[in-house]
Design a protein. Structure first.
Length: 300
């Protein structure tokens, strides 16, 4: 059977994205190459895995079966074949903005008191590298429901609106959650935590732009493709001359979750979780008091 890990990886990524262009971009390959890998896998199995008759590819019954199998097997196989790092090093993933104060204090504590070196790894996917075994633990914005992971809520903090300086909202001292329901929204489809479904029925915004990482997200906001909504600590790390960060009232808080595998966890994964929970002072940075405030002035 002339099938390699790349064929399986391509299929699983396509199954998650349900879009050939997005999947190819995430894999770092061309769309024709991705299509050839999927066709090769279908040829070996003798079954169609993807229904291409619609705008976005949909999995067939066989495709759903294979996806369920690979979600369990592929990470374990890739982890087994990956050259081992020194076991003492803990790889901590993140995607949608690293919580600087809380995260750095916890890493310093783990390294100084427990003598465990930590390497932070940015991965722009829904579990920041946990799913494919690229990291040992992850800090994720939003709640996480996955029976394969042990998850702990670390903190909740306010959200803030990211608005283009050319937007009509730029003159406002603050905006409300309902205000944004009348606007277009920029969403991160890979690791973001918000969608129009988070607004009340009948008052939900339209999607103005879909992005896959924080840089694309901010470019879309600056170009007036829509309004952004970020945890305050994430906005603090990304000042932009074309974007104003405006206090937002009535928004649900942003939840930061710590997660690590339930099976065969890193020996110090649970320890890092305890250290992250110990620091409860100053749960979140303060909001800027006016729309012209630079993110750099937000308290850390």
């Amino acid at each position: 059977m002339d099938i390699g890990l790349q064929h399986l990886r391509c299929f699983l990524t396509l199954a998650e994205e349900q879009h050939f262009t997005w999947a190819a971009d995430r894999l770092g390959i061309s769309q024709p190459t991705l299509s050839r890998h999927i066709q090769r896998l279908e040829g070996v199995l003798g079954q169609a895995l993807v229904d291409r008759s619609t705008r976005h590819p949909r999995l067939t019954a066989e495709g759903h079966r294979l996806r369920a199998e690979l979600q369990v097997l592929l990470p374990r196989l890739e982890s087994a074949l990956r050259p081992a790092e020194p076991q003492s090093t803990l790889r901590l993933g993140y995607a949608w903005g690293f919580p600087l104060r809380r995260g750095r204090q916890a890493l310093a504590t783990l390294e100084e008191r427990h003598l465990v070196p930590v390497r932070t790894v940015r991965r722009d996917d829904r579990t920041a590298g946990l799913r494919d075994g690229a990291v040992d633990a992850a800090l994720l914005w939003g709640t996480v429901s996955d029976p394969r992971l042990i998850t702990t809520e670390i903190l909740r903090e306010p959200r803030i609106a990211a608005i283009s300086r050319r937007s009509t909202l730029a003159v406002r001292d603050r905006v409300t959650w309902r205000d944004l329901g009348h606007r277009c929204l920029v969403v991160n489809t890979v690791s973001g935590t918000l969608s129009p479904r988070d607004w009340p029925a009948g008052a939900a915004p339209e999607i103005g732009a879909e992005t896959s990482n924080i840089e694309e997200y901010l470019h879309a906001v600056a170009a007036r493709r829509g309004v952004g909504v970020l945890p305050v600590s994430v906005a603090e790390q990304h000042p932009d001359p074309d974007i104003l960060y405006v206090p937002l009232t009535g928004a649900p808080p942003a939840v930061l979750t710590y997660a690590h595998p339930r099976a065969a966890p890193h020996p110090h994964a649970a320890t890092l979780g305890r250290v992250l929970r110990q620091d409860r002072t100053g749960e979140g940075p303060a909001l800027p008091c006016h729309p012209g405030a630079r993110v750099g002035s937000v308290a850390a």
